[in-house]
Design a protein around this ligand. Sequence first.
Ligand code: SF4
Ligand code: SF4
Length: 200
Amino acid sequence: MKAIFKGLKELIAGMGITGKHLGRHAITIQYPEERWEMPERSRGIVVLLSDKETGELNCTGCMLCMRACPTAAITIDAPRGEDKKRVLKKFDIDFTICCFCGLCEEACNFSAIKMAPKYEFSVENKNELIWDMNKLQEVGRDVPYVDTRKKKPVKKPDASVNPAPAAAEANPGTAATEPKPETPAPEEKKADTDNNEGGA
Ligand code: SF4
Ligand code: SF4
């Protein structure tokens, strides 16, 4: 008897919770017809970001993200060129071992790598979960981000300091800063010789 009352009590409590949610907005969605818009800072997938003007990768190949990655999911090959700058040749991320911790994004100083709020990247072959830099760039192309890089301003030639750079280049011996010797006008020369002749 006691068990029956207990069961009835639990049934009424359950029906009460169901009644409370009747008529409220549904919290589930009809996937795949409806898709969830993930919060901006959610860690869906790691992508590489491109410059908004040139469209080229922001990555400098500094390898800070590779060193920060706790699972060694990032592989970078960026040897130094003749001008000592790194040239990015390879940037792979192995999503079979990535734990989506976001440390790579935190380590990067160049707005080059980001956890993007994207999903639906399941594949049948796990080898397809190793993404190269082209795929990482393509998936990251439409990801909004704040560019925190400090770009160096392009220096324009100052006309007040060097008024005739072209002439100086054509005659390197006569730099614009060198004072020119004063040469008297032809009329003044003639007057001087007349005066000298008259005084003799
Ligand atoms: S993504 Fe950032 S931290 Fe990683 S190599 Fe490129 S510039 Fe360096
Ligand atoms: S999210 Fe974490 S595990 Fe994945 S690549 Fe970045 S640092 Fe490595």
